[in-house]
Design a protein around this ligand. Sequence first.
Ligand code: FAD
Ligand code: MG
Length: 321
Amino acid sequence: MASADGIYNYSAVLMGSPIQLRLFEHNEALAGAVFRLIKRYEDLFTVNREPSEVMAINRAAGLHPVRVSPPVYQLIRCARAASLLPGSAFNLAIGPLVKRWKIGFHGDSVPPAAEIQRLLALTRPGRVILDDAASSVFLADKGMEIDLGAIAKGYIADRVRDYLRREGVSAGLINLGGNVHTLGAPGGGWSVGLKTPFAPRDALIGTLRVADKSVVTSGIYERYFERHGRRYHHILDPHSGYPLDNELQSVTVISPDSLDGDIWTTLLYGFGVEKGCAALRQRPDLEAIFVTRDNQVICSSRRQFQFTLLDDNFRVTDSIA
Ligand code: FAD
Ligand code: MG
């Protein structure tokens, strides 16, 4: 059924996330093809169930290289490069810690400090050995595990965008649960909500107006658990092994490609507002919105989007960096 604005909504649950596709035509076949495309990539990248190519790499840790398909190789290559950037909070080899904390999954718990130290030793991105000619990946130490949870949705959102374009779709939106990608500018642009942290599901700080852009948000309020009065969220500091603890509640990145948005939400989360805004000066294609614990909404710049504030508990400022 079309909504009042002529938009048809299709939904599914994939990658443990609610997936939403919005089109301006009734086209079940196209929606089905999009969800199958996402599922095919999920089956390559998942670390949550067998079989997947990433699980095959992880199982062979310390034993032998594993030859993988081009999408898996490309994404791991890109994730490794992001992990090796100076001061990067992104680490594709964070798997042993993610699996131990189980944040957002059944059985979550706070690991003993000694165990965190032991697992940290198994998260060195330089020990992910790539062979371009063989298209193979080798985890040099037994117990190492790749986790693409911070980047795979971005890659997949870009592939959905490419597919919709090839199918002649001029206006549409895909939401992979935190990764929104938009095609076209219906009615002057798409409106994408910026969620209020720790508020009821549909509460919004404000809305962004964008056209042909990706909008990716990473926050501490989506997947977390509480123990002994403390909150533990799912973005881990690759240096300490504990959830990243700084002034931020969420980071949103607006960019042409969702892959960049997904990598940079994690990088910026680690940098914080000041260093993050400085880093973005080298990347005019990327812009960010930081939401701080003291309810400030800080835009690095506003070239690719307009922002409308809806919740007057928050204050919007532009970066002075
Ligand atoms: P982001 O901030 O982009 O990423 C956070 C995630 O990245 C963490 O959950 C962790 O997996 C990883 N991570 C944590 N710290 C770092 C770090 N410092 N550097 C790099 N990575 C880090 N969820 C389910 O509940 N069930 C499923 O079966 C399931 N299957 C999935 C299959 C696939 C292919 C993908 C991509 C995701 C799946 N998920 C599933 C969701 C997944 O567990 C993460 O919660 C999700 O990808 C987080 O995305 P985000 O955009 O919210 O957060
Ligand atoms: Mg991410």
